[in-house]
Design a protein around this ligand. Structure first.
Ligand code: ARG
Length: 266
């Protein structure tokens, strides 16, 4: 059974600008954001049978809703994120507290090394991919690779609009992959192509990548993805996935969508 950590959007908003999507003038319609978030949760819980763990929202932490950035959970161990931007560093103790209270063995990252959790570390059971440069530092990956005995392939993120790996790269349960190649350098594109066979890889169109088609949540053969990505949905269906589009445009104002609003707890 799939368990996800989520955080209600009580204090969600745009209060600073730390990625190209965020504009202080682009106010969030709060009631609409709350409705969109609840619709996502309803879909995950009722339609897909996911167990949701809700952490308490905290005033003045508008990005705490993006629990993908809490850290990563591997078995009973949680590696807590160390954010690049001071605006989000204040979230770290809240995520750490949640993991400790729920019985996880907590691993922290040394001072000065940045790591933004499942936003930048994704993969398949046997090996993972790590996104770096925009938020996480490449130096974190050898440490995690050794700790969890998994190969981690580092991928440099070269387009600031795709600042976390989960904005442009989405491994799926059947070994398939949705991705937007232009978000990676030539080396990264080659590394991906060497690992994931052509027939399992879908190149998301730019207009759909900009709607965060890759920021999808995959639960078994179900994929929850942002609304407005018909060609991505059509490909997913040919691969045997059932697609569930959700409108999450209020969260796009912050540079996030479905996947960022969840963290896999295993
Ligand atoms: N406003 C947040 C930030 O810039 C959005 C985070 C989205 N999270 C993600 N995993 N892509 O940090």
């Amino acid at each position: 059974m799939s368990r996800l950590l989520v955080c209600p959007p009580d204090f969600f908003g745009i209060e600073y600008e730390i990625n190209p999507w965020m504009r202080l003038v682009n106010r969030v319609d709060h009631a609409r954001a709350v409705r969109q978030w609840h619709e996502l949760m309803r879909m995950l819980e009722r339609d897909l049978g996911v167990v949701l763990e809700r952490m308490a929202p905290v005033p003045e932490l508008p990005d705490l809703v993006f629990t993908a950035n809490a850290g990563i959970v591997v078995g009973r161990t949680a590696v807590v994120s160390r954010f690049r931007h001071p605006e989000r560093q204040r979230e770290e103790t809240h995520f750490e507290g949640w993991f400790r209270r729920h019985g996880y063995e907590v691993m922290t990252v040394e001072e000065g090394l940045h790591f933004e959790g499942a936003g930048d570390l994704l993969g398949y059971p046997e090996y993972w991919f790590g996104g770096y440069r925009q938020r996480s530092d490449i130096r974190i990956f050898p440490l995690l690779s050794e700790r969890f005995r998994r190969e981690i392939i580092p991928l440099e993120l070269v387009d600031s609009r795709f600042y976390h790996l989960d904005t442009c790269f989405c491994p799926l349960s059947g070994g398939d992959l949705l991705y937007f190649p232009a978000a990676f350098d030539r080396y990264g594109q080659t590394a991906i192509a060497e690992r994931v066979p052509d027939r399992l890889r879908f190149t998301v169109r730019e207009d759909e990548a900009l709607k965060f088609a890759c920021n999808a949540v995959c639960v078994g053969k179900h994929v929850v993805l942002p609304a407005g990505c018909p060609t991505t949905q059509a490909w997913l269906r040919t691969r045997g996935y059932e697609t569930h589009p959700v409108q999450l445009d209020e969260f796009m104002k912050s540079g996030g969508s479905a996947k960022c609003l969840t963290l896999a707890l295993g």
